[in-house]
Design a protein around this ligand. Sequence first.
Ligand code: 3HC
Length: 699
Amino acid sequence: MSEVPVVRFEIVDGIGVITVDYPPVNALGPGVSEGIAAAVDQGNADPAVQAMVLLGAGRTFIAGADIRRFGKPRPPSPRRSYDALDESAKPVVAAIHGYALGGGLENALSCHWRIAVPSAKVGLPEVLIGILPGGGGTQRLPRLIGAKPALEMIVTGRHVPAEEAKALGIVDAIIPGQDLRAEAIAFARSVIGKPLRRISAMPPAAAEPGLFDEMRMSIARKARNQKAPYNCIAAVEAATRLPFAEGMAEEKRLFQELENAPEAQALRYAFFAEREIARIPFLPKDLALPEIKTAAVVGAGTMGGGIAMSFADNGFPVKLVDANPEGLARGMQRIRDNYAVSVKRGSITQTQMDERLPRIQPVERIEDIAECDVVIEAVFEQLPVKQEIFAKLDAVMKPEAILLTNTSAIDIDKIADATKRPQMVAGAHFFAPANVMKLLEVVEGPRTAPEVLGAAMKLGRAIGKISGYAGNCDGFVANRSRIYFTLEQNIMVEEGALPEQIDKVMVDFGYPMGPFAVNDMSGLDVSYFTRKRRLAEDPNYRTLPIPDRLVESGRKGQKTGAGWYRYEKGDRTPHVDPVVHRLIKEVAAEQGIEQRPFSDEEILHRLLFASANEACKILEEDKALRASDIDVMWLNGFGFPRYRGGLMFWADTIGAQEIYNQIAAWHQRYGDRWRPSALLRRVAESGGKLREAKAPRLQ
Ligand code: 3HC
C-alpha cells in the first residue's frame, strides 16, 4: 500500500466523510475497497458520527475496479466495501461527480442514498472489457430501477448522464455541485433518522415475460463469438428470480467464467492500447503546443464535409471552403441531410443538430480562412491539385497556422514542398465516413515540426478521434498493413476460393461484413483506377484481373446492382452470382492458374498473416511506433473484431514462430510478396510477443 492513504476519513458536523483519493480516476486499486470498508466501520463505531458520505477526490467519483489488476492473482479481500456500505447501520450517501462506473457505481448502489452533480455520468461498462459487474451491480441495479432498464444499461455498458439517472431512479437528487463536499454533508444531515434504503433488502426485480430471450435475440449478431453479454443477461435474470444472497453467488460464478477468458484479455488489452497510442515518447514532455480554437476544411466533398462535421460535433467553429459555389452548396446540403438522418434515427436530438449546423460556415475564398488556427485540406487525391491548394494556403494563412492534408496515399513531403513552411505541414488521414469513423492517422513528414505533430495528435482527440502516429510512407500505417490482406483476398479467388467462402470465413471470425461485400459497398471502380495508375507507374505491379474484369463489364458494386455479388433493386443483400463464378474460372484458365479448394483456416491465415508480416515491416522501418498502435488502427479503422484485440494481439494467439514458419513456406512457394519480416523472425526466435513489438526509435 502507498504511503499516502488512498481513503481518508474525517468527521465534519456529525457526518463521517469518506474520501477516495487514488489518482487519476479513483479506480479501486490496492487498498481502496478495504479503505472504504474500514472507514465505514470506523464511522459506525464512533458515536460522534450520525451519517456518512462517500466521495471521490479530484476529477471523478470512482471509475471502477482497477482494470490492471484483472487476470492476475489478487489477495482475497477480507471485507469488500460493497458489504460494509450495505450493512452500515448508519446511513451512507454517495456523492457523485465525474464518473461512477463499474465498481464505482456498485459502491454507490451499496450506499443508502445517491446524489449527483449535473455533469456526472454513471454506468456499468464491464461488458466492454469482457466481464460483468461483479460488485453486486447485476443484483442491485435491477432491484432499484427494474429489470428492463438495468438489463439495457448492463448489456450496452453505456454511460448514463445524471438527469437520466435521476429519471431512472438511480440517483435520488441532483445537487448543484458548486461545493460537492458541503452539499453532500448537508444532504447526509437531511437523511439522519430516516429508514435506511438498502437495495439488497428489496425483493427480486419483476421482469416482463420474454425480456431476456428478446435481449439474447437482439444482440445475437453483434455479440457472436462472445460470452460476456450473455453472462450479463444471465446475471440480471438471476436478479429476477433469486433472493439477493443467491443472486450474488450467481453473479460471482458468472463473473469468474469471464475474467480470464481470451475475450476479456483482448478487450482489456484494447482498452489500454487505445490510451497508449496517444503517447509519442520522442516528443519533449514540456513541448508547448499551439492552441487550436478555429479550424477550416478545404473541399466540400464527402470527406471534407465529414471532417467539418467532426469539428462541429465537438464544439468547434469550422469554415468549409470550396471555390466551386455549386459544390459548396451540395456539400452543405449533404451535411444537413446527414444530420437530419441522425435526428431521425435518434442518435442526436433536433436541438443538437440546431447547435451543430451553424458551427459550419461555408465560404468560397481561401482568403476567408486566413486567420484560422488549423486548416485541413480534403480535396481530390492528386498531387498537383493538392500542391496548388497548399501554395495558396501558404500565401494567405497566418504564419502560425497548422496546415494538414487529408491524404491516404500521397507523400506528405511533396505536398509540403509547395509551401515555404514545410515544418507546419503534416498529414491527417481520416477514414470514411469521417464524421463516424474513430481513427485518425497523424502523419509526420520529414520536416514536420514536433509542435505541429503534437498539436495534430491533440486536435484529433479534441474532435473525438483516436489519433495514431504514422510515418510518411506509401499507404502510411493502417492502409499499408491492410493492403496485403486485400491482395491475398483477390489472389485466393484466382486460385479457387470463392468470394462468398472468404466473406463467410471473415464474418465468422467476427467482422461485421466480409471483404468482398465491403468492396461492393464502397464501389469497385476506385481501386480499379488506382491499379491502372500503379501499373502505368510500375510495369511489375501485380494487377488483379478478376475485379478488373468485373468493373469493365459494368459490375461496379452495389451502386450498379452487381459486383462480386448480385443485388435486387433497393436491397443491399448480396446474392451469390453464377456469372461471377464463370468469370473467375475463365480468368484462372486464361492465366493458367490451377484452381483448388481452400480450407477456412488457410483463408484466414493467408489474409491475416500477410498483414501481420507487413505490420512488422512497418515497425522495422520506424513508420509505426508500436504493434499495439496498429491493433488500435485495425479496431477503429477496419472493423476488426474488438474481442480479438487487433491484428497483432490475434497473431500472438497463433504464435510468432508458427506464423513465421508458414510465411517462410509461402515465400518459397509464392515469391517476394511473402518475404518474411526480420522483426517477425526475431520475435519468433526469441519466443516473444508480436503485440509488444516497438519501432527501433522507441527502443
Ligand atoms: N482501471 C485502471 N486504470 C484506469 C481505469 C480503471 N478502471 N479507468 C481509467 N484508468 C486510467 C487510464 O488507463 C488512464 O491512464 P493513463 O493516463 O496512464 O493512460 C487514466 O486512468 C485516465 O483515463 P482516460 O485517459 O480514459 O481518461 P478520460 O477522462 O478520457 O476517461 C473514464 C475517464 C471515462 C473513467 C475512462 O477512463 C474509462 O472509461 N475507464 C474505464 C471505466 C470502466 O470500465 N470501469 C469498469 C471497470 S471493471 C469493474 O469495475 C468491475 C467491477 O464490477 C467489479
